[in-house]
Ligand binder design. Structure first.
Ligand code: COA
Length: 327
């Protein structure tokens, strides 16, 4: 029998996670602002979040997660081709978080840059890495989401400060020749609508005089758009690959809010055991949330080779997107 034709794909070969040691429960938050465990749990599913200590910057946490991903894949840091860091909370305006991570890992052959797409940053990062790998520019890319939202939260605003947490997650993608039914990223789908920039944003930056910036969100507006936009991106991913929702083994959504996660799961008709939920433990860690959730699912033995994973996220921009990944 003739050999199956092969194609070049970005295959996940390693994953790593990092969470700060400090945990704040909803009760802890209720000591800081006028809120309650009941309100937070009912509206969001969040029970606790990790907050970074002063040494735990986006670069520090990203390097820890990235190192674990390289170790799991058995790839020497010197052999790494590129580092893409999705973050809205970089250590500095420049140099990028990615070059700090490159130095910390000793990944001296890698180029690197940061990518800003808020909570969709990890999906955007996967998409860029996929293109770079399939074009043959490099053979391996670390895609890292690393965030310290505790530093941009407004602790006077109880409507937002209870929703977010800190952490980092990383995946190593390597270019491999595989059969069509083999592993790797099948497709990625990115979207943006800048006309909705004013419903979720940071009201300052280093480029603005005397305005370091705090997160501002019109939660109801974001909620109103989230499920429909996400379902649209998910359907696009399924249609492009001639797949049905029932083909998805595991949905690994951005972890912003339990009600949004359940809404998308329901639209797809997926039972709860096929949906990964970590928002209860991590809260919303923005670009870090998907790799953190995937790392948890893998550690809990919920994944196996050959499974089809659907990843989706929506965030400030608005930006949103989806990716289909076969393990
Ligand atoms: N604790 C207690 N009460 C709170 C509170 C808190 N932490 N935050 C807000 N409230 C109060 C408000 O003051 C308001 O009180 P009022 O009716 O007396 O004025 C009431 O709760 C309702 O506020 P509202 O902001 O309308 O709540 P909501 O039902 O829309 O829930 C969110 C707020 C943020 C949980 C919800 O809008 C949401 O999940 N949005 C999507 C957010 C998201 O996922 N963003 C991330 C995308 S990356």
């Amino acid at each position: 029998m003739a050999d199956q034709p092969t194609l070049k794909r970005a295959v996940l070969t390693g994953i790593g996670a990092y969470l700060p040691a400090q945990i704040l429960t909803n009760e802890d938050m209720a000591k800081r602002v006028d809120t309650s465990d009941e309100w937070i749990t009912e509206r969001t599913g969040i029970k606790q979040r990790h907050f970074a200590a002063s040494h735990e910057t986006a670069a520090y946490m990203g390097a820890e997660a990235g190192r674990k991903a390289l170790e799991q894949a058995g790839l020497a840091p010197e052999a790494l081709g590129a580092i893409i860091v999705a973050t809205s909370t970089p250590d500095q305006a420049f140099p990028s978080t990615a070059v700090h991570i490159q130095a910390a890992l000793g990944a001296k052959s890698a180029f690197g840059f940061d990518l800003a797409a808020a909570c969709s940053g990890f999906i955007y990062g996967l998409s860029v890495a996929d293109a770079v790998l399939r074009a043959g520019q490099v053979k391996s890319v670390l895609v890292i989401g690393s965030e310290v939202y505790s530093r941009i939260l407004n602790f006077e605003d109880r409507g937002t400060c209870v929703l977010f947490g800190d952490g980092a997650g990383a995946v190593l993608l390597e270019a491999r020749e595989v059969e069509k039914s083999g592993p790797g990223l099948l497709s990625t789908h990115l979207h943006a609508d800048g006309t909705l920039a004013d419903i979720l944003y940071v009201d300052g930056a280093v480029g603005q005089k005397d305005k370091p910036g705090h997160l501002v969100m019109h939660g109801r507006e974001v909620f109103r758009h989230a499920v429909n936009l996400l379902a649209g991106a998910v359907n696009e991913a399924l249609a492009e690959n001639n797949l049905a929702a029932s083909d998805i083994d595991l949905l690994v959504p951005h972890q912003a809010n339990r009600r949004i996660i359940d809404g998308v799961g329901k639209k797809l008709g997926l039972p709860p055991e096929r949906v990964v939920v970590t928002v209860d433990k991590h809260a919303n860690t923005s670009a870090a949330s998907i790799p953190l959730a995937l790392a948890c699912a893998m550690e809990e033995g919920r994944t196996k080779p050959g499974q089809l994973l659907l990843l989706e996220a929506l965030g400030g921009g608005l930006t949103w997107g989806a990716a289909l990944l076969r393990l």
